[in-house]
Ligand binder design. Structure first.
Ligand code: SAM
Length: 226
């Protein structure tokens, strides 16, 4: 990468963080979030999105929009990544599960905030690419596995938090079971290829689940959850 491109990325990254902050304020009435925490902003600032997009997408790496990553899949819009991360309320000692690794970007953001990230991707080619990127960036606390995330990751459960980055018709029961009491599941719920409902499901100490709608979103479908 040329010095010029590095400089452009750095400037675009700063602009993106401002945009994400502004969008958080603009959507506060719906999300209930007036601002992002410093921890989440720092994690977004420390994660170079251009490392997770293809060479032909480099000019848009810091645009606040989803981008194609091949196989009909996308890297999510940065504002939505920041919002979902904040909604997960990650703590430094947490062990979290992500379903839908895609490019590995969301996992890399989470890696700055928690102790351990496990992430599942249905398409082996994407899982391999994400593993390679995370290794090149020196991210050591993310384990990527190719497989169907609808069943969760029983061997590593229970999780303090679970984030699903593809739209489910309903929250998969296995994921709810693998959530610790006091944990949160952040997930888009709704029909494929339509507007869905970003939801936070909280399991209290007694195992009772409360669900809250946060924002309309559009995600690629979670395959195999029906
Ligand atoms: N979090 C990703 C990122 O940071 O780039 C974006 C994820 S993309 C919007 C959704 C991903 O979910 C796709 O890569 C898709 O292959 C994956 N996916 C869909 N259904 C899945 C399933 N049942 N299990 C695991 N991954 C799945």
């Amino acid at each position: 990468m040329s010095d010029r491109q590095t400089e452009n990325h750095a400037e675009a990254h700063r602009w993106l963080l401002e945009r994400v902050r502004a969008e958080t304020c603009e959507t506060a009435r719906s999300t209930g979030l007036n601002e992002l925490s410093d921890r989440v902003i720092e994690a977004m600032a420390a994660t170079p999105r251009h490392c997770f997009v293809a060479p032909e997408q480099q000019d848009w790496a810091y645009a606040d929009m989803p981008l194609p990553i091949g196989r009909g899949q996308t890297i999510s819009q940065p504002f939505i990544v920041a919002l979902m991360t904040e909604l997960l309320a990650p703590e430094p000692e947490d062990v979290v599960l992500e379903v839908g690794t895609g490019s590995g970007y969301q996992a890399a953001v989470l890696a700055h905030l928690v102790q351990q990230v496990y992430t599942l991707e249905r398409i082996p080619e994407l899982a391999n690419l994400a593993t390679q990127r995370l290794r090149e960036l020196g991210v050591a606390n993310v384990v990527v596995r190719a497989g169907n995330g609808v069943q969760g990751w029983e061997e590593q459960a229970p999780f303090d938090g679970i984030i699903v980055t593809a739209a489910a018709v309903e929250a998969p029961p296995a994921l709810m079971q693998q959530l610790k009491p006091g944990g949160r599941l952040v997930i888009p719920v709704g029909p494929p290829h339509r507007t869905q409902d970003l939801r936070v499901l909280e399991k209290d100490a007694q195992g009772v689940v409360r669900s809250r709608s946060v924002l309309p979103v559009v995600f690629v479908p979670l395959i195999g959850d029906d």
